[in-house]
Design a protein. Structure first.
Length: 95
């Protein structure tokens, strides 16, 4: 079983940054409790306002698949949709 690395980039509207940050922090807290989650870190871009990365490390594809159907991720997606300019990239890596 190989670890799965994921980097997701989100660009939020500047007018909604406080709400976006609150949603992101809640997502991180809940996701870190999940089985198979080895790392789930929120990083803010230093030069582009409203740009955030989530750096993920999962024990397996299956654990990530379970995460994708979790209630807290679905709730994040629904609530963040109105705040996002766009999701620029989601990259998946194996080591």
């Amino acid at each position: 079983m190989k670890n799965l690395y994921i980097i997701a980039l989100f660009h939020f509207k500047e007018s909604d940054l406080l709400d976006a940050l609150e949603l992101l922090k809640k997502l991180v807290i809940e996701t870190r409790k999940e089985e198979g989650c080895k790392q789930y870190d929120l990083v803010e871009d230093r030069t582009s306002k409203g740009v955030f990365f989530i750096v993920e490390l999962w024990e397996s594809e299956e654990h990530h698949h379970q995460h994708n159907s979790s209630d807290h991720l679905m709730s994040f997606r629904n609530q963040a949709a109105r705040l996002l300019k766009f999701i620029k990239a989601i990259k998946r890596f194996k080591r």
